[in-house]
Design a protein around this ligand. Sequence first.
Ligand SMILES: NC(=O)c1ccc[n+]([C@@H]2O[C@H](COP(=O)([O-])OP(=O)(O)OC[C@H]3O[C@@H](n4cnc5c(N)ncnc54)[C@H](O)[C@@H]3O)[C@@H](O)[C@H]2O)c1
Length: 344
Amino acid sequence: MGNSKIKVVVIGCGGISRAWLIPALKEKDIEIAGLVDIRRNAAEEKANEFKLKNVFIGTEYREAIKKIKPDAIFNCTTPEAHYETTMFALKYGCHVLVEKPLADSMKRAKEMVEEAEKRSKILAVIQNRRYYNYIRGVQKFLSAKKIGNLTTVNSEFYIGAHFGGFRDQMEHVLLVDMAIHTFDMARFLTGSDPVSVYCHEWNPHGSWYTHGASAHAIFEMTGGIVYTYLGSWCSEGINTTWAGNWRFIGEKGSAIWNGMEKFEAQKVTGRTGFIRKTRQLKISFPERKENSEGHYGLIREFIHCIKTDNKPMTVASDNIKSLAMVFGAIESARLKKQVKIKWE
Ligand SMILES: NC(=O)c1ccc[n+]([C@@H]2O[C@H](COP(=O)([O-])OP(=O)(O)OC[C@H]3O[C@@H](n4cnc5c(N)ncnc54)[C@H](O)[C@@H]3O)[C@@H](O)[C@H]2O)c1
């Protein structure tokens, strides 16, 4: 690939595509060669907004891929369209960066991972939270074992989000469309993988979603860690941050984090007494650099990996473990019992 630009077609030009086009157009190694959406006006609007002249605009991704022969696809379609669009692009020899969730079923996700491996192409997922300096700082703090080995992790996600659009009718909307971010964060922060889950999912009275706007789930993770998720997308008032509120309990102390800059940790120092003495621990977050977090960081890493024949952190063969937490939770809620989590 050397110094040549990576030719990209964007499929799906709805709400989130802006968060891709802003960083992509700042990257000197990317050429946006096409914009595709089944709603032609959505593709045209993005072309106008970003003053993209001489780019292919169309409604048919197959035609665009055959005509342009892009190196990579930025897949910003709705979750149920991720499978067919990604499979076609991989078969046609493109690398694919796809919006979360990787797929709308484990069966499809596995096929996508296999296809990417068979074709030696990169398939990675926009799990943009991993590219924020705050989460990187907390991950570094925890992995340095400053509060000892982790035993217990709780996260709370409460946002009253009025999107309109596909989410209003989506089944398991919180688990499939949002909890994937939090579950992936839990894996990243703890360095552990899921083993089993018990989940209760429901749609509270007054919910403006059709299905599954709330869920509570208890995961057993490798290393004996228990991770508990409490979440709702229809809780009005006192919202958490998008990254959620977290509590980490280690063998030697505890930490709480608001998903942004507020972090507090205490390590036990006393050896006697009913409640042992503790001391405050400090955290240093990596410096915030302009145009490097979230979608910026991930898109840049993806392009770099294409050029250097490497794999990004959110490669689908690993991300499928976070997706397995989603579908494990759904299965548990359906069966009303604890289930093992599998991704192979
Ligand atoms: N990473 C994040 O933080 C984040 C935030 C919001 C949304 N998302 C994800 O981004 C994806 C899209 O969400 P959105 O909010 O932009 O939805 P949206 O409905 O605004 O946009 C999706 C677009 O895809 C188009 N589309 C669907 N099927 C297509 C196909 N076969 N070919 C071409 N175009 C097709 C639709 O017409 C629509 O314009 C979802 O997977 C969602 O979960 C991620």
